[in-house]
Design a protein around this ligand. Sequence first.
Ligand code: SAM
Length: 199
Amino acid sequence: MSGITLGDRSAPRPAGGFSLFLRRWMANPLQMGSVVPSSPALGRRVAALVERQGDEVVVELGAGTGAISRALLAGGVPPERLVVVEIVPEMARHLARSLPGVTVIEGDAFALSEALPAALHGKVGTAICGIPLVLLPTEQQRRFVAAVESVAPGRGFLLYTYCATSPLPYRKLGLTARREAWTPLNLPPASVWRYRPAG
Ligand SMILES: C[S@@+](CC[C@H](N)C(=O)[O-])C[C@H]1O[C@@H](n2cnc3c(N)ncnc32)[C@H](O)[C@@H]1O
């Protein structure tokens, strides 16, 4: 099931959502991957790597409580050009309340071609992954890569991670990999990798 909501422009912004994050981690640690939301420092690193032209959108997959989303907005992505996808309904509702003007999709990133409105297919400048792909088997990672490719052909995606080396077996997945940023100011220290389809 997936639903689309727009951030409520008039609603007051709820605070950080840390307790929601922690509760979801206790409910499903593998789906969350981390016990704490990403830091503003990591958000800034991710925002600095965004590529977007004209009417293209930035799509964030696994937005959680919006730590990276807020950094993307602060970094200059217009709210109407930011689309966030989150599989947990309670978190999607939190995002819709706290991110005015942003398109919030309650849905599964692995079924991105169905979750993302058809009008945005081929209009994705940058896809950003917050889902802990490193914890998944290669076959599921392959499904993720195919899901992104179906809406953003040739563009690849950014992935932030606590791994010192590539969290994905990129050659097996038909990707090139480049570590483009690192910050010690995250708990734990984190890197941002850019993956693109090889050849
Ligand atoms: C590590 S948290 C990242 C949250 C936030 N982006 C941050 O940096 O603080 C991973 C998020 O991905 C979401 N998620 C996991 N699997 C997903 C899927 N298949 N589709 C969409 N979101 C998913 C989880 O519910 C969780 O909110």
